[in-house]
Design a protein around this ligand. Structure first.
Ligand code: DX5
Ligand code: ZN
Length: 241
């Protein structure tokens, strides 16, 4: 978690019948990104509470055995309606971080506070057509902001460069906060070794990567490549002396 630039492989691109193997494959990552979809908020359906609960247990086992001594965190990306009602269940089952969509929540700040109270990190996500102005006054209520660089619902879509101005705007606002109150700025969708430099130079310090990691010949190595390229571009543009 101390890496300058963090990488979160999305298991949407993993083999759902070999999840344990595919989680172990990326144990050098910062987060495991778990996409929960409900057929309503997005036109796709993935996994829900029982499967996520088991994934968290398996990741905890991996951490116990992890020779590198680095902790793999779990982030549940909820692409569901009514997160005010459902999100806390994921915090209660031990997710390190729960990400909900800003526009799906009736009371985003109340929900973020509830998630933190339950011991989880709280994160909020913006779809490509949603502006960051709605959250700018309450950035410190969140541990992470997730800027979607595709319309949520599916892996393997084309990266939307239009989102870079939103990331820059958010980075400038985040930098004005006290260091211990700064949320991570993460992007999700279409990020690979060819697009990561642009997102990091724009101000993101974390990225999700689904097809880029699991589609690579060596997913472990791909995590390192994306992390190093991101760290270099972020430091060059936003590094502090
Ligand atoms: C899309 C999901 C993403 C997806 C990213 O709705 O939220 O996390 O898995 O996949 P790639 O990296 O392939 O765009
Ligand atoms: Zn996602």
């Amino acid at each position: 978690m101390d890496n300058i630039f963090k990488v979160a492989p999305s298991i949407l691109s993993a083999d759902f019948c070999n999840l344990q193997r595919d989680l172990e494959l990326v144990s050098n990552s910062d987060f495991v990104h778990i996409d929960v979809m409900d057929y309503h908020f997005v036109p796709n359906l993935t996994i829900g509470e029982p499967v996520v609960e088991r994934i968290i247990e398996v990741v905890n086992d991996i951490n116990e055995k992890n020779a590198n001594n680095c902790e793999l965190l779990t982030d549940v990306h909820l692409m569901i309606e009514d997160p005010d009602r459902w999100a806390e269940n994921y915090a209660k089952m031990g997710a390190s971080s729960v990400t909900f969509h800003y526009r799906a929540a009736a009371a985003p700040v109340r929900l973020a506070r509830r998630l933190r109270e339950l011991g989880s990190r709280a994160a909020v996500s913006l779809r490509p057509a949603e502006s960051a102005h709605g959250i700018i006054e309450v950035l410190d209520e969140f541990d992470m902001i997730l800027v979607m660089t595709v319309e949520p619902g599916f892996g393997g879509q084309k990266f939307l460069e239009s989102q870079m101005s939103k990331i820059r705007f958010l980075r400038e606002a985040v930098e004005k906060l006290e260091p211990n109150k700064r949320p991570i700025l993460q992007v999700d969708g279409g990020v690979s070794r060819t697009t990561v430099q642009l997102v990091a130079a724009s101000g993101a310090d974390a990225t999700v990567a689904g097809s880029a990691v699991y589609g690579a010949q060596d997913p472990r190595e791909e995590v390192e490549v994306i992390r190093n390229l991101g760290a270099k571009a972020f430091t060059e543009n936003w590094g502090r002396l």
